[in-house]
Design a protein around this ligand. Structure first.
Ligand code: MG
Ligand code: MG
Length: 265
């Protein structure tokens, strides 16, 4: 079983907070939070280069979020010490920014959250540093497309299992594995609300999606097996077999048509 600490930013719900439907006014706050997150991620993606430390990325995010008058979602959350999670190569999620120097060819997953008017936005991207291998590029491309397919399945009247199936069937069909122990989630006044949104599942099963729900879909895709382990820092989740892993995430509003991605510029 995963522990509460292990399942912070992408994991089984910590307690039952229920499913909330957002009002138009709340959705407006969530659009602003999403924009701030997208802006911070964009700034980090533009700045990333060999020789930077993971803490340098964190500093950029911190400055950007505060410049927009928002607050970081992750800082202090169950004791997490920094603004963003930075997970390199075989690290999947929840890496702590620090002195690690990024090298040419590294693949870096950055997960960022921000709060505006009490509402959270949550998004992650994986980017290459300098010249990356074709293996890494393909892994990132598959993971990004898996997220897009999950978003396409997320509409009023569909079920959470439809999202999971859309992601899983695509990823496994391409020969990769999807992480099981960490999942997407509802989001709003709490960073993690119900329902859980697994990246695997059975079509037609699970919670019914309704317009006004806001969820974060976040596939974590491994080149090797799906199993994970947590490093001695009690935060960093890595692939059990040491294979490379990528992570993309967006926060989106369920509507009667295409979902509205909130974490965008
Ligand atoms: Mg999340
Ligand atoms: Mg996240």
């Amino acid at each position: 079983m995963s522990t509460e600490r292990e399942t912070l930013f992408a994991g089984p719900t910590i307690g039952d907070r229920g499913i909330t439907l957002k009002s138009p006014r709340e959705i407006e706050s969530m659009r602003r939070a999403g924009w701030v997150v997208a802006k911070a991620l964009d700034s980090m993606m533009k700045a990333i280069r060999p020789g930077m430390t993971t803490a340098d990325l964190d500093d950029i995010a911190s400055a950007e979020i505060r410049a927009q008058g928002a607050k970081p979602s992750f800082l202090g959350y169950l004791g997490f010490p920094r603004t963003v999670c930075v997970s390199v190569n075989e690290e999947i999620v929840h890496g702590i920014p620090g002195k690690r120097v990024l090298r040419d060819g590294d693949m870096v997953s950055i997960d960022c959250g921000a709060v505006v008017d009490g509402f959270h936005g949550d998004s992650a991207v994986t980017v290459g540093v300098g010249d990356i291998s074709s293996e890494c590029q393909e892994l990132m491309d598959v993971t990004r497309e898996a997220l897009d397919r999950g978003i396409a399945a997320a509409t009023h009247g569909a079920r959470v299992g439809d999202i999971g199936w859309a992601v899983q069937s695509f990823v496994e069909g391409r020969g990769y594995s999807i992480v099981r122990e960490y999942v997407g989630h509802g989001i709003g006044r709490a960073l993690h609300e119900d329902p859980q949104v697994p990246n695997f599942g059975t079509p037609g099963s699970g919670t019914l999606l309704r317009k006004g729900m806001v969820i974060a879909i976040e596939p974590m895709v491994n080149v090797g097996g799906w199993r994970t382990k947590v490093l001695a820092d009690n935060w960093t989740v890595v692939t059990a077999d040491g294979s490379m892993s990528a992570h993309f995430e967006k926060t989106l509003l369920i509507t009667e048509g295409d979902a509205e991605v909130l974490t965008r510029l």
